[in-house]
Every structure is written in C-alpha cells, then in structure tokens.
Design a protein around this ligand. Structure first.
Ligand code: FPP
Length: 245
C-alpha cells in the first residue's frame, strides 16, 4: 500500500480515462464491455477520492470529439452515463458528494440531460466533495464560449474592458466555481492533453500511467497521489524562493 501524506493532498484531481477499448480488445470483448468495466473503475475512484478527502474530482467522461464515434458506441456511452447517474444518486447523497458538469451539456440526449440536471439539483447541498463530469467537453470550445460571453457582457455594459483580467476571465469558464486542477492523471500510456481543461492546466502536475482505465483502482490512485507529493511545485519561481532560502 502506497504511503500518502494526508496534509499534502491535491485539492483537485482531473482524470483522462483512456483505454477502455484496448482493454476490451485484449480480452477479445467488444468496446462497450470496456466502457462497462470503465464505469466500475469510476465508482472505485470516486469512492476512494471521497474517503481520502479530495475536494474536487473532474472526470473526462465524453469529449466533444467523441460524438464522431460509431452510433452504437455513442448510444451505449450515453446509456451508461444515465444508468450511472440514476444508480449512484443515493450513494452520492450518502457520501455528501455534489455532482456538477462542464461542457456543451445541451448536446446531450434529452433524457440524459434531464437525469443529469436532476442529480445536480438533488446533490446541490452536499459539500464533502465535488464530482465534476466533463461531458461533450472541449477546452477550445470552453475558451471560445468564454470570449463570446465577455464580448456580449462588454456590449451590455456589464463589464468594462479594463476589468478583464485572469481572475475575471476564469469566471467566464465552465469551471468558474472550481480551483484549477493540481494533478492530471491520464491512463493507457498516451502523452496528450486531448483538448482537456486547456486554460486551467497551466500549472497542473501530470501523471501518466500505462494502466488501462478499466484496470485503474484505488491502489493506482494512491500511486499517482504519492508521485504528485514528491513533486516540487514552483509556479515559475525558483526552488530557493519556494523553500524560502
Ligand atoms: C476512453 O476509452 C474512454 C471514453 C471515451 C469514455 C469514458 C467513459 C467511461 C469510463 C464510462 C462512462 C462514464 C461515467 C462517468 C459513468 P477509449 O474508448 O478511447 O479507449 P481506447 O483508446 O483504448 O479505444
């Protein structure tokens, strides 16, 4: 069991859950079986994060680009998402987990969107952890959306040009109520950001593992956190400045 320091936990962990398809292929199963097993991994990681005391967990569950996958795979993913939201609602309430979501949520099928909004509403008073799902999400779309909103507010006189700075800009992003991620985990041995939280990840520590998402579990999560705790986060400063030497 990995030793981790409870005093130095990442506040916000973001995860690119990759490798469901390859996991299934290795076992001679269809891709959807990989996603089904992926949902089990989601459950284990959500529970583990809550138990550890992580404050925000963002999961890249469906990207804007994922709509281009075969129709039956998209339908299966949407079905799994809806089932997860319905089945886990009680568990979220019991564990004081608030659900939130970022992305072009209006792209989701109506029944999924309704279930999502209901779960968000029902868990809105929970304050133990935020489980934030990125759905129909793309980082560039998020930034463009923010720019358009700022222009609209400028025109309406709601904001002045000299008020646009990094802090006010962040308030126009879908993640406005969340801290930036401290740790990004990507599974399945890929070395890409894949259009995820582009603005928010300026100083995020990256942890890349060969493990395929369906095999990712509590032990793997602890390994990622232990690795993060060995890093020295300098935010552009020198080591001496950070250590007050
Ligand atoms: C990447 O594997 C995974 C996805 C595109 C979807 C992630 C979704 C889940 C884990 C299940 C639904 C989520 C929730 C929150 C209930 P891939 O298919 O790209 O794998 P490959 O690269 O090996 O083909």
């Amino acid at each position: 069991m990995e030793e981790i320091d409870k005093e130095k936990l990442p506040r916000h962990i973001a995860i690119i859950m990759d490798g469901n398809g390859r996991w299934a292929k290795k076992k001679n199963l269809n891709r959807i079986s990989g996603h089904i097993k992926g949902v089990d991994a989601v459950r284990e990681v959500v529970t583990s994060c809550r138990e550890l005391g992580i404050k925000v967990l963002t999961l890249y569950a469906f990207s804007k680009e994922n709509w281009q996958r075969p129709k039956d795979e998209v339908a299966a993913l949407m079905g799994l998402l809806k089932e997860y939201l319905l089945k886990e609602r009680e568990e979220m309430l019991k564990n004081n987990i608030r659900l939130s979501a970022i992305g072009r949520l209006e792209d989701l099928p109506t029944d999924v969107l309704i279930t999502l909004r209901e779960t968000i509403k029902e868990t809105e008073k929970c304050d133990g952890m935020i489980l934030n799902l990125a759905l129909s999400y793309g980082g560039r779309s998020e930034i463009l959306h923010a720019v358009r909103e700022i222009i609209s507010d400028l025109k309406k006189g709601k904001i002045r040009e000299d008020e646009i700075d990094m802090s006010s800009f962040s308030n126009y992003l879908w993640t406005r109520e969340l801290p930036d991620p401290d740790l990004l985990i990507r599974t399945s041995g890929e070395f890409r950001i894949s259009n995820f939280l582009l603005y928010q990840m300026a100083y995020t520590e990256l942890y890349l593992t060969e493990t395929l998402w369906p095999d990712f579990n509590r032990e793997e999560l602890l390994k990622a956190i232990a690795d993060y705790q060995l890093r020295e986060r300098r935010f552009g400063l020198t080591s001496e400045q950070i250590n007050g030497l």
